[in-house]
Design a protein around this ligand. Structure first.
Ligand code: PLP
Length: 449
């Protein structure tokens, strides 16, 4: 199909993030014009179920008047003031208080950012700063995991464990390591139980720490459920074993809750669902249901004490963004959290989870699907060339992308994450809409070849 005028103007002017820069010139983009509830509409008026909540973020769906009003009112009252050098404002203070209240572990302070990448970059810098403050300058290595996704800024992309984020970007930077990925379906060995697999993952982590020298390893970072790496749910007991290793070697644990936070797994945070008790937490995305770009780093007292002691020594904490704690973002985040609580959005997500996971598991019988996995209102179907042997498709086949394209034809937006097709709808999706989402996905799978 020839490109429309709008598509032509697009490919002549935009560099699309996370897009094949060669093929987009021929295919052109899908241009979205408006959205309401769980639906987005393209410029031709075709409706699509947003089966990915945008990018795992639009939990309250689209066109929420309360959030729009909140932003408008805050823009009129105080459109901007920063938090640098001791300035402050009510929405940031209240939001930090609220986040401390809902956090799953004891949190001392909250540092605001604008994205998940900024949150994780800040975590890395803070860990290095803390260990200098604590007089252990050699303890700087940070362990992430193969297939993890933590963002694309230089440190966050280094933490990410996906080749596409490293190759020819000259990443990862020094002091970032990657431990085993806890995906049993792909990495479990013949005859190994899930529990034995978890034990092996923990043992391999410990071997890595010992090889590097425990006095050089500062932190471990993990998403409770890995998102962009393929919606990989670790086996039961995995985090317990991982935490025992980290504790034994005095390793600071970070949870990247950028996707799992705020109800995606059926609880406020994903860490407790998976039995993970981190020291620090990164959040973004559903914090504002994507109505404003806001993220945060939530830190424990030990980190705060380190920041104070460094300030006593060198003065200013030399880190912060112009928009750290932007008042409009903070006001919208507060309203989002209020809606989550008032409208019992998170309990609602938990209540719909069995239906959602039931549909997903049923698609596991499809000849193309090797594994159907998920928890809460997130899941994925691993597409395989051979179900019995678990043989993957040739990477060049781009099977996930093909399935996502057929889904688009059926009026549902899904996302290919490797060879898996991911599902992550707005938490406000109704049971009827869940049925519809999966009916469309099933038709798309039948067409995929
Ligand atoms: N961490 C996780 C777990 C994510 O899924 C993402 C984005 O998908 C990020 C961090 C990066 O967030 P952002 O794209 O807002 O920088």
């Amino acid at each position: 199909m020839p490109l429309t005028n709008l598509q032509m103007r697009d490919v002549e002017t935009l560099v699309h993030p996370y897009t094949n820069q060669a093929t987009i010139r021929e295919t052109g983009p899908l241009v979205i014009e408006r959205a309401k509830g769980i639906y987005v509409y393209d410029v031709d008026g075709k409706a699509y179920i947003e089966g990915m909540a945008g990018l795992w973020c639009t939990s309250l769906g689209y066109g929420n008047e309360e959030l729009a009003e909140t932003a408008y009112e805050q823009m009129k009252k105080l459109s901007f003031t920063h938090l640098f050098g001791g300035k402050s404002h009510d929405p940031a203070i209240e939001l930090a208080e609220k986040l401390k209240e809902v956090a799953p572990v004891p949190i001392s302070k909250v540092f605001f950012v604008c994205s998940g990448s900024e949150a994780n970059d800040s975590q890395v810098k803070m860990v290095w700063y803390m260990n200098n403050a604590l007089g252990r300058p050699k303890k700087k290595k940070i362990i992430s995991r193969i297939k993890a996704y933590h963002g694309v800024t230089v440190a966050a992309a280094s933490l990410t464990g996906l080749p596409v984020n490293h190759t020819d970007f000259d990443l990862p930077i020094a002091n970032i390591l990657h431990a085993s990925c806890p995906h049993f379906y792909r990495f479990g060995q013949d005859g190994e139980t899930e529990d034995e697999f978890s034990t092996r993952c923990a043992r391999e982590l410990e071997e890595l720490i010992i090889k590097e020298g425990p006095d050089t390893v500062a932190a471990f970072i993990a998403e409770p459920v890995m998102g962009a790496g393929g919606v990989l749910v670790p086996p039961k007991g995995y985090f317990e074993k991982i935490m025992a290793v980290c504790d034994a070697h005095d390793i600071y644990m970070i949870a990247d809750e950028v996707i799992c936070g705020f109800g995606r797994l059926g609880e406020w945070f994903g860490s407790p669902v998976l039995g993970y008790k981190p020291h620090a937490i990164s959040i973004a995305k559903a914090l504002t249901s994507a109505y404003m770009p806001v993220g945060a780093v939530m830190i424990p007292e030990i980190m705060h004490e380190a920041l104070v002691s460094e300030s006593k020594k060198i003065g200013t904490f030399g880190h912060g963004f112009t928009y750290s704690g932007h008042p409009v973002g903070a006001a919208v985040a507060l309203k989002t959290l209020e809606i989550y609580q008032r409208d019992k959005i998170i309990q609602g997500a938990a209540a719909k989870a069995p239906q959602f996971q039931g549909h997903l598991k049923a698609l596991g019988d499809h000849p193309l699907v090797g594994e159907a996995r998920g928890v809460g209102l997130v899941g994925a179907l691993e597409l395989v060339a051979d179900k019995t042997s678990r043989k993957a498709f040739d990477a060049k086949a781009g099977i996930g992308a093909k399935a996502a394209k057929f889904a688009e034809d059926e009026g549902v937006i899904l996302r290919s994450v490797g060879d898996a097709l991911a599902f992550c709808p707005p938490l406000i999706i109704t049971p009827d809409e869940v049925d519809d989402l999966f009916a469309r996905a099933a038709r798309a799978l039948d067409k995929t070849h």
